[in-house]
Design a protein around this ligand. Sequence first.
Ligand code: ZN
Length: 278
Amino acid sequence: MTRLIITVAVTGSVPTKQQSPHLPITPDEIADTARRCRDAGASIIHVHARDQNGKPTLDPDVFAAIAGAIRAQCPDLIIQISTGGRAGADPQMRAAAVRRLKPEMASLTTGSVNFPDRVYENSNETIEFLARVQKEAGTKPEMEIFDTGMIETAIALADKGLADRPLHFDFVLGLPGGTQSARPKQLLHLVESIPRDSTWTVAGIGRHQLPMGVLGILLGGHVRVGLEDNLYYAKGVLASNEMLVERIVHIATELGREIASPNEARAILGLSHPISNF
Ligand code: ZN
């Protein structure tokens, strides 16, 4: 089986320091976390930015500071920039960090979702715009899939020449308004619905992170963990990002699945973009 790519989503837009003291917020905190997760076995870091008050921001200067700090501590880690809309809905702002940094990877959500607190709106116009910006930057999109129909929208982007094949997907399960119950058969259906040459990873939300990760290992996919999606190691026990990476490495190793280094992950994902020094 292909080596396992572990993505760590260290911060996100929703968790707060009050909820977990382990949450990295500043560029230096994120870079320190990145190094510990890289040492533990992560090959991709999924990056969100916060302002000085800890609030989500799309400011490309903050993303540049984070990316520079990560690069200084982890020369080979794959940096994946979020283009998610929780920090602001304006498509131009959501694209700003990708335009500026030209990262190896960025997220791209191919549909709208009814989150518990708001609608996460991604019109076709916004999706195509963000895809075009990523293509122009030489950035590989990770298609963030909350429901089956979003796969078809991602494939349509490739058909229109707005994304290069083979596509890479991230299945997000366990989120109210999306594929909430995160049943194994739901993940199987998603996996069976993507083009054969695609790669995929799975991100379970909250208590679904561990079972979905284990299933991802067994099915030959890849795994995303981290505090963006789940603050707990077990019920009532707070996790750090590196604890969540270490656990997946341990389980994968026990199951006979070897862990990909960042350069092995680049080969698996077909990343050809030179590593930026920001
Ligand atoms: Zn994210």
